[in-house]
Design a protein around this ligand. Sequence first.
Ligand code: CTP
Ligand code: MG
Length: 238
Amino acid sequence: NKVWVLIPAAGIGSRMRSEIPKQYLSVCGATILEHTLRCFTDLSELAGIIVVVNHEDTYWQSLLQESQLFSNGKLKIRYTYGGSDRAETVQNGLHYLLNDIGLSDDQWVMVHDAARPCVRLDDLLALLAVRDDCDLDGAILGYRVKDTMKRSNADASKIGFTESRENLWHALTPQMFRLKELFDSLVEAKLAKHVVTDEASAMEFLGKKVGLVEGASDNIKLTSPSDLRLIEFLLKAR
Ligand code: CTP
Ligand code: MG
């Protein structure tokens, strides 16, 4: 009943506008990706981690050889190659776990963005507890919307109306599902040309029951340059 962690790390980080992909930027003495991986190494129920990297990635191999994280050989780490969008990257990773490693269909897997290095152990444990909930096919971390939400008109020049904030959440990662069920959902959603921006949206599309686990809102994703300062602050405060 242990969990595999799948880290999509094949993006190029265009909004970050940095020379190297954002997951390889250094902060507090290690790369963003290493900080992200470290969030999972204390999980006693960790079965292994698969990192899904870009075909043209020139940083992953040196990280694999040089990082302290992998030096004691305790961490079971695998890698494979991603696709042109995040959903395809995740699908490739799941395919590798099912077919190359030969994991069972009902193996639980947590998908977590390489660019989210601040997720807390408490939140991971709360998400893991969903494995015992027979009413759910999986769950995601999220937090409630705090600001007033406006829907704009079509050209975004003015407010159309105010959305109710009630029952509105921000979706975070990790998102945890069973291996084969998630893989099949991603395949189906893609066939139907359904837009999939996270794993849950593919599962929802197939009518699966996805739980929401309230997590910390500082589990932020490195997206643009200003996020880097905040992430540095959060990592230092650990
Ligand atoms: N990702 C991926 N494969 C892709 C696109 C994204 O594995 N084809 C990963 C990124 O590496 C990141 C996570 O998905 O860890 C979240 O995506 P995002 O923040 O959008 O990262 P990028 O796509 O790299 O950034 P941008 O959209 O600014 O180019
Ligand atoms: Mg992107």
